[in-house]
Structure formats: structure tokens, C-alpha cells
Design a protein around this ligand. Structure first.
Ligand code: GMT
Length: 377
């Protein structure tokens, strides 16, 4: 199949899911065209069957806001015609489903009927899309998509609750590729740069937005390090990062916290992590938690949204109410208290992660693609 994938190219989860999906589809012989405003961070272009088409938005003094949707829909139409693309898969409703719908209409005018699948990822529904200034257009573009998927049951329920949706929503969970998780022999020496032998390594990875409750991450770690020797690795960048650095300074723990910024070495970092923290306000799925579990790292998370479908309480980690940092710290200490308990949780984390292996999830997308193409042919 010839598939166009529209996504955000940044470190966020939806872009990562879209990129990994496209790369795996390409390995399976499909022709994949990524269409976005810069090269997706996890996209290695040296893959056969993978194309990347950049959307450029020329500046003009009259534009206070650059008309990205316009440039994206034009690019879509041009690439669909040039490469004879059969299907459009847009990740994150805003503004991709809207631009995709416009492209479909333009193509229809030229006698080309292109099916469009929209995958809802989370904040496009729960935080941004729900805003009264966007809601009308988001509802319209979800209802005009030919097929709609969501990354968790919880997100499906939120979508139905928040929008007047007429379409069926199929849940296709996010996935993980486990085969690539091979421990690099240089890892133990890298670990020793970060922490001493007796120190536990705790990690948080996110885009450092408010929804991630970064101060809670710090508070949980503060309580942990009062009881056991530990280091905290803060990976990612965003608006809450600087405040977090000051909070660590105030609490006198700055020497125990390493702020990495955005990293392309997530796998290496996770391979020597003992515990992952994700106390988010809301999380439609929690891909970062799944990525940690795939490296046998147990997770302390909030129990919001789709996290309950990923992190199993008392098995792969623990879940607490949003903001209950005391309980989160207690649970963390329960896991870290001795090697036998930690190893049990590590084993469990990996076995839960295996349910989300790419080889189990990808066929669901392939079936849906086929159904969409058949419907339009
Ligand atoms: O976390 C974000 O705000 C980024 C957002 C994205 O588009 O990258 O993440 C959402 O999509 C991820 C991939 O499906 C999910 O794993 C995240 O849970 C979801 N974030 C939220 O719901 C807050």
C-alpha cells in the first residue's frame, strides 16, 4: 500500500508513534510518505520505502499566523497525485484532520477519492481540541474522517463525552518494538558516570508541560532520596523545566538531579533506570511509561486516563490519585526496598509491555488500511 502519514515531527508521543508505525510498515513492504514541517526526530531516512516531504510555509508580512493547514493540504494533494498515494493517515486531530479533509475535497474535484484515517492521541481531545475556539472544527474533522482510531479505551470515552461524534472509534493501542532492546556492553560504564553502585536511578521523560506535573516528580524523588541513595534523571525539555531546576535547588537536591534536555538516547538511559515516574494530570496512554516498561523498568504513575490500561497496579508498578505524591513515594520505596522485589517488578513490567509488542498491534492498522482502501476502490 502507498500511505501518507501526517504527524508532528517533534519529541512528543504522537510523532514517535507515527514515525515508528511508518518505519515498521515500510519494513513490511509498504511505501510510506511522511508529510510534515520538519524531519521527524526518530526518522532515519536511509530506509527503503520511506519518503519525507517537507511542508514549507512561506512568510509574508501580512500573516500574523502562518497558514500551515493551507500549505499542508496543498502538499498533500500534490504528493498524492505525484506518488499515487492510496491512503491518508493523520496523527493528532489538530490541525491534521482538518487539513486532510481539505485535501480530500480538493482531490475529489479531480476525480481522486482518497480515504482518510484519523488517529486521536490525547491532548488533541482532552486539552486543546476541547477548547471552545477549536471544538467546532475538531468535531467536524473527526466526523468527516473515514475511519477514526484512538490510542486507548479511555481516550475513546473522553472523545465521546466531549464531542458530538457520529463516527465509530476503534481503539488501537500504542505499541513498542522489543527486539531492538539489546543491552549495549558500554552501558554499565555509562551508568557509573551517572550514579554510584549503591544509588538507585529514577527517571522521568516528557515534554515538561504543565500536564506532566513536573513539581510532583521532584517531590516524589525528594521523599525517595530521604530514605535511600538515589539519582533522578530528568529527560526532555519544555516550559516547566526551569522551574523544576529552581525547585531542586530550593530543596537542596540539585546535585542529585540531572537535567538532560531532549535526548535521542532514551533507550540507553532507560536501560540503566531502576524506576520511572509519570505522575501526569492526564495521559491518554502514556507512551513514555510503556517505553520504560519495555526496558524492564517499573512505573510509578497517576491513575488518570489511559495509564490504567498500560501500568498495572501492584504488577508493573503502582498507580495513585493525581497529586498524591506521598503515596507515590511510599510505593516507589516499596519497589526499591530490596533487589528481590525490584527484580520481580522489573520482570512484570517487561511482561506487561510484551502485550503491546508492535507485531501484535501493527496488523490492526494494516487491516484497517485495507478496509479503507477497499471501501474507496
Ligand atoms: O504528552 C503530550 O502532550 C504529547 C502528546 C503527543 O501528541 O505527543 O501525547 C499524547 O499522545 C501520546 C501518544 O499517543 C500518548 O502516549 C500521551 O499519553 C498523550 N498525552 C496526553 O494525553 C497528555
Amino acid at each position: 500500500m502507498k500511505i501518507a502519514i501526517v504527524c508532528y515531527p517533534t519529541f512528543g508521543g504522537s510523532g514517535v508513534v507515527a514515525t515508528e508505525l511508518g518505519l515498521e510498515l515500510a519494513r513490511r513492504g509498504h511505501e510510506i510518505h511522511f508529510i510534515t514541517y520538519s524531519q521527524p526526530v526518530r526518522l532515519a531516512l536511509l530506509n527503503p520505502n520511506v519518503y519525507y516531504h517537507e511542508v514549507n510555509v512561506p512568510e509574508y508580512p501580512l500573516f500574523h499566523f502562518q497558514p500551515y493547514e493551507l500549505a499542508l493540504s496543498s502538499k498533500l494533494v500534490d504528493m498524492v497525485k505525484l506518488y499515487k498515494i492510496e491512503l491518508l493517515h493523520v496523527h493528532y486531530a489538530i490541525p491534521h484532520a482538518y487539513a486532510g479533509y481539505m485535501a480530500k475535497q480538493m482531490l475529489k474535484d479531480e476525480g481522486i477519492n482518497l480515504p482518510m484515517i484519523t488517529t486521536l492521541h490525547g491532548t488533541d481531545i482532552t486539552l486543546v481540541g476541547n477548547h471552545p475556539f477549536y471544538k467546532t472544527a475538531v468535531t467536524f474533522s473527526i466526523n468527516k474522517s473515514d475511519f477514526v482510531t484512538s490510542v486507548s479505551q479511555s481516550l475513546k470515552e473522553d472523545t465521546i463525552k466531549l464531542f458530538n461524534i457520529k463516527n465509530e472509534i476503534q481503539v488501537i493501542p500504542n505499541f513498542i518494538e522489543l527486539d531492538k532492546n539489546i543491552v549495549d556492553p558500554s552501558i554499565s560504564c555509562r551508568r557509573s558516570v551517572i550514579a554510584k553502585e549503591n544509588e538507585r536511578i529514577i527517571t522521568h521523560i516528557s515534554n515538561f508541560r504543565k500536564v506532566k506535573r513536573i513539581p510532583d516528580v521532584i517531590k516524589i524523588f525528594y521523599k525517595i532520596q530521604q530514605q535511600i541513595p538515589a539519582k533522578l534523571m530528568m529527560v526532555g525539555d519544555g516550559p516547566e523545566k526551569e522551574k523544576a531546576e529552581y525547585l531542586c535547588q530550593e530543596l537542596g537536591i540539585l546535585d542529585k538531579v540531572i537535567f538532560f534536555g531532549n535526548s535521542n538516547e532514551i533507550d540507553k538511559i532507560l536501560s540503566y533506570t531502576d524506576l520511572f515516574l509519570l505522575p501526569s494530570e492526564t495521559e491518554s496512554f502514556g507512551l513514555a511509561a510503556l517505553e520504560a516498561m519495555a526496558w524492564s523498568v517499573p512505573v510509578i504513575s497517576s491513575n488518570s486516563g489511559g495509564l490504567r490500561e498500560v501500568n498495572f497496579d501492584g504488577v508493573s508498578g503502582y498507580l495513585s490519585d493525581v497529586g498524591n505524591t506521598d503515596e507515590m513515594a511510599e510505593n516507589a520505596l516499596k519497589i526499591l526496598k530490596d533487589m528481590t522485589t525490584l527484580n520481580k517488578f522489573k520482570e512484570n513490567a517487561l511482561s506487561v509491555a510484551k502485550r503491546f509488542e508492535i507485531k501484535n498491534i501493527l496488523p490492526l492498522y494494516e487491516e484497517l488500511y485495507q478496509k479503507a482502501i477497499d471501501k474507496f476502490s
